[in-house]
Design a protein around this ligand. Structure first.
Ligand code: F6P
Length: 328
């Protein structure tokens, strides 16, 4: 590849997710392949401000493709939100001779990257990485597939105890603004009802559905609740509401929490991370900027960062329909 860039940098930022290490590895090795130096920036934008840099080579990223978390660590930097903080970060990049940046993260990370690009005309490419899968321009963010498998495995275990005691379990999963994890893991784990932020089914419909389940002869049930769902009650309040209105149910709550963000990435996420890493470096070296790599219809596609941040990746209505049909 004919490239003018001789030194680029990579960092992870925002909430971590499985697959970040595999993406770092792919970025570093692709850089080495094209004879370009790759600098790792620790702790995201905060590390840029503090010049917390390390030179990485193909061997520095051995044995990490299978590891959760991020070897470069992640942070949410308050200082980077200020013009002074960004100016410091820019000066540090220039002093180190870094000519382009690959940011691995979600919409907050991309927003920071766009502002930085506008202010300093600094080349930036984004790799979408969040378990929430809520980024426009890709059908799969890194970490989402692993999180789905983690959630399904946890719910399978909860179902064992639920059925032993004829209980109803409310299982809360992550997804502050998006129901992708709840909907897909809910279907995969055979949930009776799924509550997501995108679709407020209402408390009455939830009660109705639970009554129907009992009438249909179900002795135990699982309701999957995305943390950002919109009934106006949190998961514990929802459980109390059901206990008050349907006293025949013995209800329990299980909040899965941050365990959903950890663990070894699935094979799907490792392959995706590798493809994203190669494409992101090749894009940057070709002179492109302000783009995010994504995966659509089994192919890598590019989306402008501002579009990826501003537009919505909608829930598949067909999945809602499937869930309604098969949960009778
Ligand atoms: O990574 C996204 C996410 O998992 C959300 O679903 C969740 O609300 C949030 O991160 C929690 O992140 P933190 O505890 O790091 O603030």
């Amino acid at each position: 590849m004919n490239t003018k860039l001789k030194k680029i940098a990579v960092m992870t930022s925002g909430g971590d997710s499985p697959g970040m290490n595999a993406a770092i590895r792919a970025v570093v090795r692709t850089s080495a392949y094209y004879d370009v130096t790759c600098i790792g920036i620790y702790q995201g934008y905060q590390g840029m401000i503090e010049a917390n840099f390390v030179e990485l080579n193909a061997r520095s990223v051995h044995n990490i493709i299978n590891k959760g978390g991020t070897m470069l660590q992640s942070a949410r930097s308050v200082e980077f939100r200020t013009p002074e903080g960004r100016a410091k970060a820019h000066a540090n990049l220039l002093a180190e001779g870094i000519e382009g940046l690959i940011v691995i993260g979600g919409d907050g990370t991309f927003t920071g990257g766009m502002i930085f690009n506008q202010e300093f005309d600094f080349p930036i490419i984004g790799i979408p990485c969040t378990i929430d899968n809520d980024i426009f321009g890709t059908q799969y963010t890194l970490g989402y597939d692993t999180a789905l498998n983690t959630v399904v495995e946890a719910i399978d275990k909860i179902r064992d105890t639920a059925s032993s005691h004829n209980r109803l379990f409310f299982v809360e999963v992550m997804g502050r603004d998006a129901g992708f994890i709840a909907l897909n893991a809910g279907i995969g784990a055979g949930a009776e009802e799924i509550l997501i932020p995108e679709e407020n089914i209402g408390l009455d419909k939830m009660l109705e559905s639970l009554i129907k389940s009992k009438e249909a002869g179900k002795t135990s049930s699982i309701v999957v609740v995305a943390e950002g769902e919109k009934t106006g009650k949190n998961t514990f309040e929802l459980a109390e509401y059901v206990e008050e209105n349907l006293p025949e149910y013995d209800v329990r709550v299980s909040v899965l929490g941050h365990m959903q963000r950890g663990g070894a990435p699935s094979c799907f996420d490792r392959v995706l991370a590798s493809r994203y890493g190669v494409s992101a470096v090749e894009l940057l070296l070709s002179g492109a900027s302000n783009l995010m790599v994504g995966f659509v219809n089994n192919q890598i596609q590019y989306t402008a960062l501002d579009k990826a941040v501003k537009e919505h990746h909608n829930i598949d209505q067909e999945l809602m329909r499937v869930s309604d049909i098969i949960s009778i």
